[in-house]
Design a protein around this ligand. Structure first.
Ligand SMILES: Nc1ncnc2c1ncn2[C@@H]1O[C@H](COP(=O)(O)OP(=O)(O)OP(=O)(O)O)[C@@H](O)[C@H]1O
Ligand SMILES: [Mg+2]
Length: 259
């Protein structure tokens, strides 16, 4: 049976796509068969970070009835990649069924992938929440800023109250060091604990580094950079913690499950 992991946040620009791309590649390097889907249908950009120019996107599945296997690109370390394509947001916003159709259209992937990683758009919109609640393990990316705290809190509140999710794995990105990341997590957990009965686990911190910042310009994901052992080790630690984190088991629509 395959696993699914979503990378979400409240606030935009906190590093979701950077983390989704490098997490997917790290799991591939660790020997898993991984498929990454860019679900940011308004502003899909994971392909740019991966240095891939996709010929087909999920749009071809939804609009042109193409099989999902026919839009998959192969990236480094055998990573399978489904590009979000742009301009789909209107179809998805209007038609609830197209979101469900999209989730079900990925079912055939389960035969050839151990893990699906989904890059979720910022915010707690219905689109974001539908895809975030359709995975086994939900990861929230946080940075140490009040706006990020507030938006991540709103996301968790919506996920808990409206979608019945209980387990959240937290990554503190752009941290000064691991100690500062843990302090940020503790502070956030304290706030969440006061108002919501949600279970948060600390997946780890990711430092703010010049190399990660430059990776996007070079279109070379940081974990593929031979000079970036420090970041590579940090991504390996995050990956192991995310896989160990609690699952959200509910009866709503899920990837790879017909329930
Ligand atoms: N740990 C880090 N160190 C340095 N720069 C980082 C780090 N993480 C992300 N960045 C940079 O921050 C910017 C935003 O990252 P990214 O696009 O991954 O965020 P996002 O949450 O996916 O944004 P959006 O909400 O627009 O989808 C990028 O330029 C990226 O290179
Ligand atoms: Mg993004």
């Amino acid at each position: 049976m395959s696993n699914s992991i979503a990378i979400a946040s409240g606030k935009g620009g906190v590093g979701k796509t950077t983390i989704a791309v490098n997490l997917a590649l790290t799991l591939s390097q660790m020997g898993s068969k991984v498929c990454l889907m860019d679900a940011d249908f308004g502003l899909a950009n994971a392909h740019i970070m991966l240095g891939i120019n996709p010929k087909k996107t999920i749009r071809d599945v939804l609009k042109n009835n193409m099989a999902v296997e026919d839009v998959i690109e192969t990236g480094p370390h055998g990573l399978k990649f489904i590009s979000g394509g742009n301009g789909l947001i209107d179809i998805l916003n209007i038609e609830k069924n197209s979101k469900y159709q999209l989730i079900r259209s990925l079912d055939p992937i389960e035969r050839n992938a151990d893990t699906l990683v989904v890059d979720i758009p910022a915010g707690a919109s219905e689109n974001s929440m539908t895809f975030a609640s359709a995975v086994d393990r939900l990861v929230i990316v946080l940075v140490s800023e009040p706006t990020s705290f507030m938006d991540a809190y709103t996301f968790i509140k919506t996920a808990k109250l409206d979608y019945n999710l209980h387990n959240f794995s937290i990554i503190v990105n752009m941290a000064e060091n691991e100690k500062a990341a843990k302090e940020t997590f503790d502070k956030f957990q304290n706030i969440v604990g006061k108002f919501l009965n949600a279970h948060l686990t600390f997946a780890g911190g990711m430092p703010r580094t010049k190399r990660i910042q430059n990776a996007i310009i070079r279109k070379l994901p940081i974990v593929l950079d031979k000079e970036a052992d420090f970041e590579k080790v940090a991504f390996q630690r995050l990956s192991k913690n995310i896989i160990k984190a609690g699952e959200n088991k509910h009866n709503g629509i899920r990837f790879f499950s017909e329930s």
